[in-house]
Design a protein. Sequence first.
Length: 442
Amino acid sequence: MEPNKQSDWVVRSLRSVWHPCTQMQHHETVPLIPVSHGRGAWLYDHEGKRYLDAISSWWVNLFGHANPRINAALKEQLDLLEHAMLAGFTHEPVIRLSEQLAALTGDVLGHCFYASDGASAVEIALKMSFHSWRNRGQAEKQEFVCLKGSYHGETIGALAVTDVALFKDAYGPLLRASQTVMSPDARQAVDGETAQDVARRAAADVERLFVERGDKIAAIIIEPLVQCATGMAMHDPLYLTLVRELCDRHQVHLILDEIAVGCGRTGTFFACEQAGIWPDFLCLSKGISGGYLPLSLVMTRDDIYQAFYSADVTRGFLHSHSYTGNPLACRAALATLQIFEDDHVLEHNRVRAERLTQALAPLANHDRVRHFRQRGMIWAFDAIRAPADFSRRFFSTALEHELLMRPIGSTVYMMPPYILSDDDIDGLAANTLAVFDKVLAG
Ligand SMILES: Cc1ncc(COP(=O)(O)O)c(C=O)c1O
């Protein structure tokens, strides 16, 4: 018999698995939780303890674990076609998904190019932007611009347009230089400034750079509305509208990385809808498969697609991944889109969001909290005078209160799945307050 005690799995995991984004030595004090199964918003360990997945398992899970509708779609797909290469072949799930996503943009972004992880989608968008300028005879446009505090993934190209020192610094010598402009983070407001004033200030920084060297710049890449990994930095949609205008004026591509903020997370299906704009490239991943299977994609405008369309093979976009457009992952995504439609998810999320915001009022008004903020289904606040090990202590204490939460530095945030019941919402708010008080009390 295989050992199946909780402690056995921990020992075996630490012996054989190298966990992501983890200083493994921390597991000498920080618990590692073997998950036995998931149901709805809850994860269960082998001893029957449960944890409310308040961060949707790294922001991917939209409709709960073991969702019956997504499960059924996958079981059906499994008996039809688990995988086929997408070069020279195509299949119903990838076609339907591409059509449905394009329709959600009013067919402005008419072609989808597929990969598996978010970082790969970012690599694709960067390569496509550069190559499309080259195909049009503007090979000097080679530079990329990113925002202060940006996060676009861990592969070498994505890390080059990321501005989080903890992830980037060790690899500095490997990375191509990029230009970094001011973040539109509304927390920077000074002297009575509004979020829109900060957005204008940040857009002016982009304009300064574009005027100076727009002819060398291929694209600017932005996480629209919320820069998540840097600590849920939120900005006004006006910023996106202004940057879109600047991109048009200076012939610079706009890449929107909606990997974390897409799929309804900010209140609209695509975050950029709130600014009334479309980018040249839109990257999607995480929630698009409902949190079931690795799937990412880049949606592009027709003029980008046409820049590669030629009798010359070298003008084509010859990028590929083995699992590009995997039918199972696409089928999970189709089931996810169907749930959005059938359940009027965006509408119901507004009601859920209102209830959670109200339930979090004691935290919003807490004397050790500043910058309480919310957009769509994302909540965040910053702890005042947080101890150095705040994040790890919060994580461990939250587990004792049936919560899976991982603050980013001193920023506590929630990104729950879109299925929380009223009881879940009230429990989440009450337990977060209890954990916060306990951690700050030492
Ligand atoms: C905005 C953004 N872009 C890219 C990524 C990278 O995605 P992945 O971890 O799937 O490579 C993330 C992951 O958190 C993200 O938040």
